[in-house]
Design a protein around this ligand. Structure first.
Ligand code: FNR
Length: 188
């Protein structure tokens, strides 16, 4: 049997009723064959502070170590995030900043799917634009098709289940592209 490809997913929204977390959870039912998805929360990651980072500290905060460790074990990342003020939510940017530090940074050159949901018309397009320089500096490769979920309030039921068939289709395409990108990478 082929080795299972392991994805690590996290949401840029910390609130319980988050559409983005709903979107992330909905991926579990749409995964291609031989692909698994572990979901972690970034809620406990403290603000980046160089005094808590190496070499000035003996170890990084526990929530940071756990996050970095999960990233290093994953074949690729799935980041699902809202747009705050046309940009990346602070908590998410902060988590990425922690993951980017040091020669042992686990996030450098990772393959990534970026998705987002908003209750407006633009489905996080500006947040995704704001991510481009971050991906560039970290050598991260984003797979397509891009996923912009607009009018999120109409696309989930009361239990948080994704009910929009068009959105499901694009998610399936994106996850398949992610799988193919990882498989290609592994043959080199
Ligand atoms: C927002 N929202 C928002 N929406 C958008 O399309 N563009 C934006 O620039 C912003 N800015 C923004 C800033 C802040 C601080 C908040 C809290 C919200 C609205 C946002 O899309 C909406 O609240 C989503 O529902 C948030 O995602 P979750 O929490 O449902 O995943």
């Amino acid at each position: 049997m082929d080795k299972v490809i392991q994805l690590l997913g996290f949401s840029g929204s910390l609130r319980k009723g988050s559409y983005n977390t709903m979107l992330l959870n909905s991926l579990k039912e749409l995964l291609p064959e031989n692909v698994s998805l572990q979901i972690v929360s970034i809620a406990d990651i403290p603000f980046y502070n160089g005094d808590l980072d190496l070499p000035d500290a003996t170890e990084r905060p526990q929530a940071v170590e756990a996050f970095r460790d999960a990233i290093s074990k994953a074949d690729a990342l799935v980041i699902v995030s809202p747009e705050y003020n046309y940009s990346i939510p602070g908590a998410l940017k902060n988590a990425i900043d922690w993951a980017s530090r040091g020669e042992d940074s686990p996030i450098l050159k990772k393959t990534v799917s970026l998705m987002g949901a908003s209750n407006g018309m633009w489905g996080t397009v500006r947040m995704q634009m704001a991510f481009q320089p971050v991906f560039l500096t970290l050598g991260m490769r984003q797979v397509k098709p891009e996923v912009y979920v607009s009018k999120a309030q109409d696309k989930f039921d009361k239990e948080g289940k994704l009910i929009d068939e068009g959105t499901k289709k694009i998610l399936i395409k994106n996850l398949l592209a992610l799988k193919e990108a990882i498989e290609k990478q592994k043959t080199y």
